[in-house]
Design a protein around this ligand. Structure first.
Ligand code: ATP
Ligand code: MG
Ligand code: FE
Length: 346
């Protein structure tokens, strides 16, 4: 079964072709960062308009790369939510129109299920059940996963998502959007012993997170440095390091706590922040002590991409799920509402 996947929930146009027998055949991504950078964040209307411009050429590109024609495609999967309503509607409309024209089924996919299943695109895959840490620009969640579609929320951020906190801290340091990779780069040159940022909510029981206090702490530290003269490059690196250590430290503590609570030894991490090298290394080291393992996607499949949507769609389409009439997009959509499926395809 060959599935065309289309991701347009935010500021990345992602397209991929996934075959349930042969795996990922081709994928392409256009990132709109340069369009939004001067505004310091994503402008929804500009995002929608650019998805319109990029989606079809990218589809043609992956079809050429995979050496396939429309007749080879068995179904079309697209991101139906959560995300920006206009951006989602571009992808949904195009995907449904193509599917209708080609006489094949279409299916709206949950963006966070796409992120969650992205590690399945790797050769070394996790077995169910596992605990998933979803860390992206809009979400920070710990989820117990017993099968595809069997999700139980264990904890989540009560305010900012981890990625959002990275982006806001970056802004305070005068770094461009999205700030996560920039903070990570500066942090590598930072002195970890200069500042000690608080690890929010780790002394309280439970699996929820809070990152807004860390934001205030970062701003105060930036202001202290400014008051002492100017904010030097080394100050920025040291603050980035302290900030990153605090986020990573918090995530590691909560992941271990979640695994212990659920009696599981497998952690799956996905979403843009899971590309962070410090987070990957720290989790690996911590879980080794617990004789547990962590799985994550290749860096290019941590942030938004079409491959994860094609893969998640393939699983559900192979299980017989299809779009019905009615609304094509759901800007807000709790993952726990998804129906379970039992058989993994390919
Ligand atoms: P959601 O998936 O919740 O709807 P999103 O799609 O905007 O949100 P992703 O594309 O998964 O989020 O991830 C983008 C986020 O990941 C941004 O906040 C970005 O700063 C962060 N990020 C990317 N790379 C890194 C990194 N190396 N270290 C830390 N953060 C990173
Ligand atoms: Mg993005
Ligand atoms: Fe995302």
């Amino acid at each position: 079964m060959l599935i065309l996947g289309l991701e347009t929930s935010c500021d990345e146009t992602g397209v991929a072709l996934y075959h349930t027998g042969r795996g990922l055949l081709a994928h392409a991504l256009f990132s709109q960062v340069d369009i939004h950078v001067e505004y310091g964040g994503v402008v929804p209307e500009l995002a929608s308009r650019d998805h319109i411009r990029k989606a079809l050429p990218l589809i043609e590109q992956v079809m050429a790369e995979a050496n396939c024609t429309a007749g080879d495609i068995n179904a079309v999967a697209y991101t139906a939510g959560p995300g920006l309503v206009g951006a989602l509607m571009v992808g949904a409309t195009l995907a449904r129109a193509l599917a209708w024209g080609w006489g094949v089924p279409s299916l709206g996919v949950h963006h966070m299920e796409g992120h969650l299943l992205a590690p399945m695109l790797e050769e070394d895959r996790p077995d169910f059940p596992f605990v998933a840490l979803l860390v992206s620009g809009g979400h920070t969640q710990l989820v117990r996963v017993d099968a595809i579609g069997e999700y139980r929320l264990l904890g989540e951020s009560l305010d900012d998502a981890a990625g959002e906190a990275f982006d806001k801290a970056a802004k305070m340091l005068g770094l461009p959007y999205p700030g996560g990779p920039h903070i990570a780069r500066l942090a590598e040159q930072g002195d970890p012993s200069r500042f000690d940022f608080p690890r929010p909510m780790v002394n309280r029981p439970g699996l929820d997170f809070s990152f807004s206090g860390l934001k205030t702490y970062t701003l105060n530290t930036v202001n202290d440095c400014r008051a002492a003269g100017e904010l030097t490059e080394q100050d920025k690196c040291d603050i980035a390091r302290a900030f990153e250590e605090a986020v990573v430290g918090t995530l590691v503590i909560k992941c271990r706590r979640a695994l212990k609570q659920e009696g599981l030894k497998t952690l799956v991490m996905a979403g843009g922040v899971s590309a962070n090298r410090n987070l990957r290394a720290s989790l690996e080291m911590a879980l080794k002590k617990d004789r547990a393992r962590v799985f994550y996607p290749a860096p290019e499949f941590c942030t938004d991409n079409g491959a994860m949507i094609a893969y998640a769609g393939a699983q559900r389409l192979a299980a017989g799920q299809r779009d019905e009439g009615g609304t094509a997009v759901r800007p807000r959509w709790p993952m726990a509402e998804l129906p379970p499926i039992t058989q993994v395809a390919g």
